[in-house]
Design a protein around this ligand. Structure first.
Ligand SMILES: *Cc1c(COP(=O)(O)O)cnc(C)c1O
Length: 242
């Protein structure tokens, strides 16, 4: 006996549009329920569908199901996947949510509607220069490394306030909010609460927090954007860099 697949066996890696549409409907219902349980308007929570490592056909299936907002970790992958889709679906929006190298700032400014991973002065300077050169300004969120994890992007908690001020005053950047990724395996609630309180102190309205495993907790703490990948698109075909 061999393990060769039957000639008509479906490609196990091919996206299933019906499953993606059903997952999206389920996640949206859970977002609405979590918002209502917190006494919030469900319209105040944006679902960012994280499509990193999944092919353009998976994104197309989500777009066809009415999903307009997507998140990608890597600028090059996003630049390869999205411009073609944008021609077909002009309302779509792309968030860059992964750690951003300074030399990718210009590409990020060109392709993204929102950059969620602004976390250091050099990157702020590069983004400001790219905005001037491209004549196009994505919305910007500052990522805070709330768990002080050395391998993770994000400004340290105790440097976040000074960094926000530098973004505004030295680089002329408008910052609309904050993003965090709590450490894996830890209770995310203290991280979500800290980010929400810090945002309130800084007068920032947009809070990007919560992923497949914890978006309901994030909504209870005030998330205005949740970034959900595997619960929509399934497990990732290959690991993605954070
Ligand atoms: C991959 C990723 C997500 C989505 O994670 P899931 O657990 O698949 O929902 C959210 N945010 C960031 C920054 C990510 O890199």
């Amino acid at each position: 006996m061999t393990d060769l697949p039957l000639p008509d066996a479906p490609d196990p890696g091919a996206p299933d549009p019906d499953a993606i549409a059903a997952n999206l409907a389920r996640i949206k219902a859970r977002i609405a329920a979590a918002a209502e349980a917190a006494g919030r308007d469900p319209a105040g929570v944006t679902l960012v569908a994280v499509s990193k490592t999944h092919p353009a056909e998976a994104v197309r299936a989500a777009l066809a199901a009415g999903q307009a907002v997507f998140g990608e970790n890597r600028v090059q992958e996003a630049a390869a996947k999205f411009p073609g889709l944008r021609a077909e679906f002009p309302a779509m929006r792309l968030h860059i949510i992964g750690g951003l190298q300074t030399n990718k700032a210009r590409d990020a400014v060109r392709v993204a509607d929102v950059i969620e991973s602004l976390d250091r002065p050099k990157l702020a300077a590069a983004i400001a220069e790219a905005i001037r050169k491209e004549g196009r300004a994505p919305e910007l969120l500052v990522q805070v490394n709330t768990g002080a994890e050395p391998q993770k992007s994000g400004v340290a908690r105790d440097e976040a306030s000074a960094f926000l001020r530098a973004c505004r005053e030295e680089h002329g950047l408008a910052i609309s909010g904050l993003m965090c990724i709590p450490p894996e395996g830890e209770d995310p609630l203290p991280h979500f609460r800290w980010l929400a309180e810090f945002a309130a102190r800084e007068g920032l309205k947009t809070l990007s927090m919560g992923m497949s495993g914890d978006f309901e907790a994030a909504i209870a703490c005030g998330a205005t954007q949740v970034r959900v990948g595997s619960a929509i698109f399934g497990t990732r075909p290959r690991p993605a860099t954070a």
